[in-house]
Design a protein around this ligand. Structure first.
Ligand code: TYD
Length: 230
């Protein structure tokens, strides 16, 4: 099973990815935790370039190419072999981040993003994508709180920042609406433990639906005909 976490900065997705991995291991599953950009030595080298800000000077197209190059190596070296041996792979950000960041914020052409994703991801699409959703105001508040704790100055471009986070949020919500079988939007406003419980429950429903609550198999009558579900 391939699970990805998506959402804005400050939504707590890295924390939730870690908590989910911990709970799944306690339930006896083999779990591989990984992240993007990165997740393999070469992809981590590309991550360093991307996050240094140097790649931004090359423009949105070059950044898109770099995110995809990192993803191709990550899939080849880490994700596909882990899935092949039966592990549950949990990835902090994946292809939806390219759609949201490079597509909506970077204004990259959708056809190009779709073609690149098809070439790079192929049939290794996530089975489940958890989109942690937070209103832009709360995102800013959380990021502001983070800054305070490391003593950084307040952001004077608050309005721009709000528009930025709102566009990102909407981009992830649109992605979820287009792929409702794969994506589950989870509000990130509740306390961390509550969000973690909710995510664990919905993952367990998919890992072992026969033991879960939300995906009942059609019950059979003694004569073998399916019982009518109430
Ligand atoms: P990171 O420090 O991991 O941020 P976060 O904690 O928010 O995940 O940095 C990843 C950054 O890279 C983040 O700002 C989102 C961006 N990104 C893209 O622009 N495109 C992508 O395809 C991916 C995977 C990430």
């Amino acid at each position: 099973m391939f699970i990805t976490f998506e959402g804005s900065d400050g939504s707590g997705k890295s924390t939730q990815a870690r908590l989910l991995a911990h709970s799944l291991r306690r339930a006896g599953h083999d779990v591989v935790e990984t992240r993007e950009p990165g997740g393999s030595p070469r992809a981590e080298a590309i991550r360093a370039l991307l996050l240094s800000g140097k790649a931004a000077r090359l423009g949105a197209l070059a950044e898109t190419v770099l995110f995809n190059a990192a993803r191709a190596d990550h899939l080849r070296v880490t994700i596909r072999p882990s899935l092949a041996r039966g592990a549950i792979v949990i990835c902090d950000r994946f292809a939806d981040s390219t759609r949201a960041y490079q597509g909506v914020l970077g204004k990259m052409d959708d056809d190009l993003l779709v073609a690149a994703e098809a070439a790079v991801v192929g049939d290794t699409a996530p089975d489940l994508t958890i989109i942690l959703d937070l209103p832009a105001e709360l995102t800013l508040e959380r990021l502001g709180a983070r800054r305070e704790t490391v003593g950084e100055a307040a952001d004077k471009f608050e309005e721009e920042a709000l528009a930025h986070h709102d566009a990102l949020r909407q981009a992830f919500l649109d992605i979820a609406a287009l792929a409702p079988a794969r994506c589950v939007v989870v509000s990130a406003q509740a306390p961390v433990e509550e969000v973690a419980k909710r995510i664990f429950a919905l993952v367990m429903d998919r890992v072992s639906p026969e033991a879960g609550r939300s995906a009942p198999r059609p019950a059979k009558n003694t004569d073998g005909r399916p019982k009518r579900q109430r």
